[in-house]
Ligand binder design. Sequence first.
Ligand code: I6G
Length: 675
Amino acid sequence: MTTTDRAPAAVERAAELRAALHEHDYRYYVLDDPAISDTEYDHLFRELQTLEAEHPDLVTPDSPTQRVGAPPLERFGTGDHLQPMLSLENAFDEAEMAEFDRRVRERLETEGPVAYCAEPKLDGLAVSLLYEGGMFRRGLTRGDGTTGEDVTPNLRTIDGLPLRLRGEAPPARLEVRGEVYMTQAGFAALNERQAAAGQRIFANPRNAAAGSLRQLDSSITAARPLLLCCYAVGVVDGSDLPATQHEVLAWLQALGLPVSPERRVVTGLAEVHGAYRDLAARRAELGYEIDGVVYKVDDLRAQRELGYVARAPRWAIAWKFPAEEQTTVLRNVEFQVGRTGAITPVAKLEPVTVGGAQVSNATLHNMDEVVRKDIHIGDTVVIRRAGDVIPEVVRVLPEKRPADAAMPQMPADCPVCGSAIIRPEGQVAHRCTGGLFCGAQRREAIKHFASRRALDIDGLGEKIIDQLVDTGLVAHVDQLFSLRAEEFARLERLAQKSANNLVNALAAAKRTTLPRFIYALGIREVGEATARALAAHFGSLERIMAASEEELCAVPDIGPVVARSIRTFFDQPHNREVIDALIRQGVTWEESEPGASDRQPLAGCTYVLTGTFSGVTREQASAALQALGAKVTGSVSRRTTAVIAGETPGSKVDKARELGVAVLGEAELEELLRS
Ligand code: I6G
């Protein structure tokens, strides 16, 4: 029998299998009510895979087999949300929640209790999904709320995400918002697999979900246990939305989109509290992490009446759970050296899970804090972790203190380079006096030098810098510029192509601006704004290096402490040597006359104009910017200060967003020109 003879039966069977698998996916992921065992499901799935392998023309884009991942990308593209993704106001206690409810009632001019739809706030990664003609077309991360990263191939691999909406007449276009997350069990199993394979261990389920979704190779995403939970609609065309939020959720569910099984309507503050207490009590049993409860005014008409303030709806709030605390034993205290030599005592703890993450280190901030909290080695301590914040020791339990417990002592010498440790007068932090002689400070100084807002060396991330320092290839920043592609290619997990890219990125980074260069030097107390002020006032590096503390204090916003720090930096011979070496390597920037920036406040800035402005022509805007010392160019690069966009801007705005360059509007242009 030939393939063609078998085809009609195959067509029919493939359609049958697809429909059955869609139904089982829906029951499993959306209704949480599976009708068959995993083994039976696998059977059906494999039968469809075999059929499709024999008859490739039977494969449809929405087939359950088409979630395996697409060819790897070089990098993510971006896309604009049809409707911006907003943020949520937070409440942290009953009083703030009551105040929210009072404001809602006041604006709605109602005395009676308001009905809210309550949903758990999942701790994952927000995404926006676009369906057209019922088919999943595109998925974006939240990004800056206006533009997100296009992670469509990765989202396609999530089993709970329908590739086609259910029902006879899905909306012509639907933008739906939700959270991609991972269960605690999925997270633990993933970390076990990662550890066995010698791969990166994730700190918590949220990081694991985010790391999994932001893979350039979607076949990696496909192997990760990601889940989806939808909670809101952006744009909808070709269908009317129901009248309430809880009906919207039911409608989304009927379309095949997973929504929270914990959703419920509560009326009045007493029920709002009840929903909060209930979810807080069951939080540990849910199997996935939540960090609060979201309440939305249930009636969509009332939502429209309430509107928005800044970028948050007035009709919704997230009542957050308090930060999680745990007790454990403080085994030791180690001293970490930062970029500027500040020494931080770090508690080494008996590992403990707090808020879903394993914690074995916590910051003790400084020795004053150690004394204030009366921390001893061997103490049982309470540690707290709030969101992404570094865990900290909240207090000790003195009743559990062993007899031989001793308070940690700041060592006399730096644990990394052996230089003396001092505590400058009036400061809380102890410091290593080794400067760039100290390996720890050098490593951090190199990371700072290469960072985005400094020399912006594309691709030169922390891991590569660690290897460069560990292998002794780089001790000072100037040595970065003499590295050859072969040397990069010898580093772990660095392909020849990336090595070549790094050499090119280093060459490109040599052309910089004076403010960036000063900032990149990592002088204590000199952030970007001070670096700009110095460049604007003195116009050249030589004049800054020669300025006395008094002359430095004449720069707007520079006081004696900052002036002293700048002087101290340039008085160190090794810092001057590194600067000379950088200049010999070809690092350059444009300079100007001293004080020229008083007349040319935009000296050193580069702008790109795009679109049409209502008040001025592009040529006029360009001339005005140039008169203030700015450069105006036609193409966007990492060195562009900002793209200024009028009406109907071109692709330059996309390019700017891709490169992380600021995008300004006409109002901001007017403000710049007034400056
Ligand atoms: O970040 C969010 C999490 C959960 C949300 C949200 C939500 O509803 C359950 N809803 C809205 C409207 C927004 N952010 C903006």
